[in-house]
Structures are given as C-alpha cells and as structure tokens.
Design a protein around this ligand. Sequence first.
Ligand SMILES: [Zn+2]
Length: 523
Amino acid sequence: MKSTRLFCLILFICLLSNLTRAQAPKANKPLPRIAIAGLAIESSTFSPALTDEAAFHAKYGADVFSAYPFMAADSPLRKKANWFPSVVGKSLPGGAVTRVAYESLVNKTLDSLKKHLPYDGLYFDIHGAMSVVGLDDPEGDFLVRVRKVVGTKTMISTSMDLHGNVSWRLAQNSDLITCYRMAPHEDAMQTKQRAVQNLISRIESGKGKPAYKAYISVPILLPGEKTSTRIEPGKSLYKQVAPAALQCGITDAAIWIGYAWADEPRNHAVVMVIGDEKEKVTRTAEQLAQSFWDVRNQFEFVAPTGTLTECLDKAIASLKHPFYISDSGDNPTAGGAGDATWTLTQILARPEFKADNGPSLLYASIPAPELIKSAIAAGVGNHVEGFAGAAVDNRFAPPVKLSGTVESIVSGDKDAEVEAVIKVGSVHVIITQKRKPYHKEIDFTRLGLNPRTAAIVVVKIGYLEPELYAMRADWLLAITPGGVDQNIERLPYHRIQRPMFPLDKDMKDPDLKARLVPLSDQQ
Ligand SMILES: [Zn+2]
C-alpha cells in the first residue's frame, strides 16, 4: 500500500510538471520555428510492382496542414509555433519506389527546407517501410540528408507506423521518435499529434533534446496479420506501452513490429524508449523487449487460415453465407501488385463454378485494362472474352482468360477509374482499369453486386476491413502466393539479420540489453 501511495505521489508531481510544461509560452518569447516533412509508404521488395512519384499525392507548403486535423488554423497546437511545412507525401502500399521518384521528392523537400532556415524543430512524418530501388534504409538516408540542411541543433521528432523499421541512423538523427500503438491503426492521428506535442513541449520548456535514447533490436519478424492489437498477445503487449511512456523521466516509448516483406538488415522488431533518466529509460526498454520476446510463440493469424483449396472446399460445403475468403498473398493494401492471377485461375478451374447456376462467387478484383476496352465495346448483357491480370506479377500464373457476360460497367472511381463485372460460370469477376482495394460494401453495390447475398466473396485483402467483417457469416484467410505472401517462411530472404524468429526455429534467447543511441549532435 505504502509503495502505491508513493507511486501516486510521484505520478501526481510528474503530471503537474507536464502540465506546466504544456502551458503557452510567455508573450515576449518568440514562437519556435518548426518545419514539417515526410514520405509514407510501405513497399514490398518481393513484389515486381514499382511505385512512382504521383502515387505519393504530395502536398506542398500550407496544403500540408490539411493532413493533420489537430493542426487546423484555430487549433491550440497551430498557435504554438511558426510553421514551415515543406513536402508531405503518402502513398497506398505498393512495390519499391523508383530511385527517380525518391530523389525527386527528397530534393523538393530539401529545397523547401533551405528557404526558411534556421529551425528550432522539425516534425518528420514517415511510415518507415519504404523500399527504394537500389537504396537501403531510405528513411534513414532521407533524415541524414535533412540533417545536412537543418543542422544538428534542430530538434527532430519522428512519428511512424508500427510496421515501420527503425535503423540505427534513423534513431540517431531523431531526437524524439515514436509509433502507433494500435493495429488496425485507430490511433494514427493521436500518435502524430503526440509527436508534435512532445516536440513543442521540449522546445518551450527549454529542456531540449531528451538525454537518453534506448534502442533494442528484437530478432522477430512477423506479418501484420498475426500482430493485431485487438487480440492477444498483441493486445496485452501494446497495453504496456502507454503506461511505460507516462513514467516520470520518460518522454515516449514505442514497439515496432517491423515490416516483413522487404529484405534488408533493418527488417525486424525494435523497442525504443527515450527520456532524461538513464536508468529508467534503459530498464523500461528492456522490460518491453523482454515482454515481446516472451510471447513470440503466441502470435497467430487473426482468422483461421488454410490453403486456397481448403478454403474453397469449406466455403462451398458451408451453410453460412456470405462466406468470405481473403486472397492474402496479393493484398494491394499491404504492398502486393494486385494483379496476380493465381487465385482466380484456381477458382475458375473448379467444377462447382462452371455452371451459371452454381454457387455465386464474387471475386474482387483483377486489373485488366484491355479487357475493360473490350467490355465497353461489347456492352452490358453481351459476351466478351480476353485476358486479365499478370501484367506486373506473372510469377505464379500467367494472364487468366475470362470468357463470359458483361454484367456492368462503371466509370469514375478514383483508384480503379473504370470497373466492369464479367460473369464466368457462377463467378462474378470484377475487372478494373487500375488496381483498387475493395474494402467497403459500396465498392460492390455500386457495380450491381450484393456482397451480403452472395454465397462466397473472395477479396484481395488481409484481415477483413470493418464493413466486410461485420457482414461475413464466416471467414477464412487463404495463404496464397504473391508479393505479400503471409507465409513469410517461404519468402526468399537473403539480407535480413539471422537468426530471426520464426525463421530460425531453434534460435537461442537473444541479448535484449538496451544500447544507448548517440544524440543527434554527437555525430
Ligand atoms: Zn501499419
């Protein structure tokens, strides 16, 4: 009891000092000068797809504020600094970014930053799992180049996705660094706001850069579909992060799951804790890292899984409809090319779906720009045939031949541009001009399809997005081949650090001692 009371007293003093820290600066003190920059994408090096500059939908100058509701014109945070937003870009997941696109976006950022020097602070808003053709650790490279422009005095606060990777140089050049604590990422905006708030608090209070950054590389590499924080053990593991970060003497704490679909030495889990009390910072980091290691064997897929054949057998035999199947290996929102044809080829080969009146199956989706043209030429209600998919990823199956009836043609979607439904046997295949994720009911209904009354719905997706999850009568996650194969044990890794769990079954317990990362001005 006594120790609880003492803890409460310390917590109270801590909160009080935090509150004083967060108060507005005195009127005579000039506002800090803070820049904003960052690029966000997760891109698979196991996918043959490439990502260009346009995919980042970059925002420049004052437009950047629109990416952050907490920095609206009249918001308290906005008033606490003179802001200099440079370039912020965010892309859908995809294949590796071309070197030309990367250099262009980085150089635009650096040119913009040069215009308003010097800065007291910089908010670096990244995902952390960008792959660039021919370049390791792009985010680390980017931040080193930013440092060359802004210097080592500027305090840099980095926020990331928990599926990002933290290299040593990224950690060294970030004075504050954090990541999401929830997957799905319901706390994305809250995390970004915390990164900005901590930056401002440290500048306003005059405390400067936190004195200690503890870093622990945890040799675990897991797919996101096994590490949702909605279920155990991710749930309890991530529950420890917020209280750890609230301790007196600690500024922030974070656990990165890392990104499994790239093959670089930086791809693994990381724990970091930063703050001013050395002993507490290192001990807290070590506790979090040990907790992660202790539960490593308990991570399971968020849904029951199976081979595609097993999933189709169960779905066909089931009385529960709609029966959802995730075609997970080519999930375009995890970095798959989105045009792999392996799964659709297998489905069309099944005798059950050959007849018009077989079990109705909706398939979403497959890019087929040429077949879209043919469908438009044929018109709704008429026969069409041609090839779909495998223009980007043909490693597992060639383009698939579709011969059937055009059921609908719809133009105007921002991602797909044009979509059509071709009925082949009892399968309704959605074909698109460009790749598009199908996450919502309206994505189907606007094409005249009803995902609630279909017998089976197969979607290129990982865990089901909330709307689809809510309408499923049953669901299986099919482990299919593709750029984001969920069975990471069959991916051809050559460059990640070994041993690595779960790839190296009998590995010994690793050294989970915290290492202190040098401060950014001790280069
Ligand atoms: Zn993520």
